[in-house]
Ligand binder design. Structure first.
Ligand SMILES: [Zn+2]
Length: 213
């Protein structure tokens, strides 16, 4: 499955989940409340009130996000024997301020944390793609890797085999192909269909190691 910015999650079986709209709305509210707090005099009753409102808005955003993530991680852990996730270098991505907000929203760490413990509960194997596996730029049909794919390009079009597919679904299919159980005839249109990469099984306790790296 592919975790996204515009869409929360895309699963290689074609299902997925959008980001909750409430999140965007609440983020606007948070920005407004932050400005209110900064305008109020320190130590004043009005400032304390604004700080309380801001804290409530933050809590609401966190709850909305967590709830959406719980829905999808529970469904995946219950229904899939294997789930392949990207091993995202989130700390590196957060340096790009343009994306920082959006990526923080999606809650990559939270997603992976939930997926790992629910995987253990329900007996679903959680695999991580290698850090440099080009799941976004690779064609899930012929294996060709694009040199460039702009963030705004929502449709992946392969100039080699002609595949035209939703960008996130293409990424999810590429991740699925890292499992030995995936059937190549479903999507591979040539001998290069198999990726030359190996997914890594997430063992209990290893998440902290890779999360800090
Ligand atoms: Zn192709």
């Amino acid at each position: 499955m592919d975790l996204g910015i515009l869409r929360l999650a895309t699963v290689s079986d074609g299902t997925g989940m959008d980001n909750p709209h409430a999140l965007q709305r609440d983020l606007g509210k948070i920005k407004r409340l932050e400005r209110v707090v900064s305008r109020r005099q320190k130590g004043s009753a009005n400032r304390k009130k604004a700080v309380r409102q801001l804290a409530r808005a933050h809590l609401r955003v966190a709850n909305v996000r967590k709830n959406a993530l719980h829905q999808i991680t529970s469904r995946l852990a219950r229904t899939k024997s294997v789930v392949v996730l990207e091993d995202l270098n989130v700390s590196g991505m957060l340096k790009n301020h343009h994306l920082a907000q959006a990526i923080a929203d999606v809650g990559f760490y939270e997603f992976r944390r939930q997926m790992e413990y629910k995987g253990r509960w329900y007996g679903s194997q959680i695999l991580l793609a290698p850090r440099f596996y080009p799941s976004t730029k690779r064609c899930s049909c012929c294996g060709n890797i694009k040199a460039e794919l702009e963030l705004g390009e929502r449709v992946y079009t392969c100039e080699v085999c002609g595949l035209t597919i939703d960008r996130d679904l293409n990424a999810a299919l590429n991740l699925e192909q890292l499992t030995t159980g995936s059937s190549p005839e479903r999507y591979a249109c040539g001998e290069n269909g198999r990726p030359g990469y190996q997914a890594v099984l997430v063992e209990a306790g290893t998440e902290h190691q890779s999360a800090s790296g």
